[in-house]
Design a protein around this ligand. Structure first.
Ligand code: PGA
Length: 253
């Protein structure tokens, strides 16, 4: 059975004090997650160790970074490597979020290198893809997302690819309150699963977790997550409120 995941992406939000409050609130909530259900929380770098400590002992909860550098170490002032994250006991890293692609000019080539290093250090990459509004309006989203996945991930061998999580996040739905309909999400997720199947075989495709991101909220998560090819969500704004994110986690089942 493939993993179903509620992933939080805090982005550049929260003071240390707010982060502590939010993590503590989450740690005090009761969840009865099934064996294949997980919660991943991607916090800013300075809060990673605190997050790990506060959620330590919470079964099926994992802490993620939101980015890593494409080199292993060296003179890259201000950057953080996958090796460093692994040495801190961090298990996941978001790679290629549309905000990184857009504001930090991260190309597919760079993202492929980041993915390689993350995997080399035993991290689980959450590889993001998704089209902007212009691409959708021209009905070119399938082809667009396919190239992002092919260029960022298809150099991997089957074993390596099997350790990657994919997040489909249409840019027009991120932070806009405009969610893709459940049908739009399902259509793209099925397409992604098909191209993964064509490359790696149906068994691998069947085991690939594909998250949906873009204005997931407590009151739409159920409908989105119940689509056959939607295996949970990558949640921005709504993950900053403990009660709202709790609702989203409950929507996994
Ligand atoms: P949003 O962000 O839930 O605030 O739309 C999702 C994301 O960018 O990961």
């Amino acid at each position: 059975m493939r993993k179903q995941i509620a992933a939080a992406n805090w982005k550049m939000n929260c003071s240390l004090q707010d982060a502590e409050k939010l993590l503590t609130a989450l740690s005090q909530k009761q969840f009865s997650l099934k064996e294949n259900e997980q919660v991943v929380i991607a916090v800013p770098f300075p809060y990673l160790l605190m997050a790990k400590q506060l959620l330590n002992g919470k079964p099926s909860f994992f802490i993620s970074a939101q980015n890593c550098h494409q080199k292993d170490s060296g003179a890259y002032t201000g950057e953080v490597s996958a090796a460093m994250l692994a040495s801190c006991g961090i298990t996941h890293v978001i790679i290629g979020h549309s905000e990184r692609r857009q504001y930090f000019n991260e190309t597919s080539d760079i993202l492929a290198q980041k993915t390689d290093l993350a995997l080399q250090h035993g991290l689980t990459p959450i590889f993001c893809c998704g089209e902007d509004l212009a691409v959708r309006e021209h009905n070119e989203q399938n082809h667009f997302v396919e190239s992002q996945i092919r260029d960022g991930l298809f150099h991997l061998n089957t074993e390596a690819f099997s350790r990657v999580l994919i997040a489909y996040e249409p840019i027009w739905a991120i932070g806009t309150g405009k969610t893709a309909t459940a049908a739009q999400a399902q259509e793209m997720h099925a397409h992604i699963r098909k191209i993964v199947g064509d490359k790696y075989g149906n068994e691998v495709a069947d085991h690939t977790t594909i998250l949906y991101g873009g204005s997931v909220k407590g009151d739409n998560a159920n409908e989105l997550f119940s689509q056959p090819d939607v295996d949970g969500g990558l949640v921005g704004g709504a993950s900053l409120k403990a009660d709202e994110f709790e609702k989203i986690i409950h929507s996994l089942s």
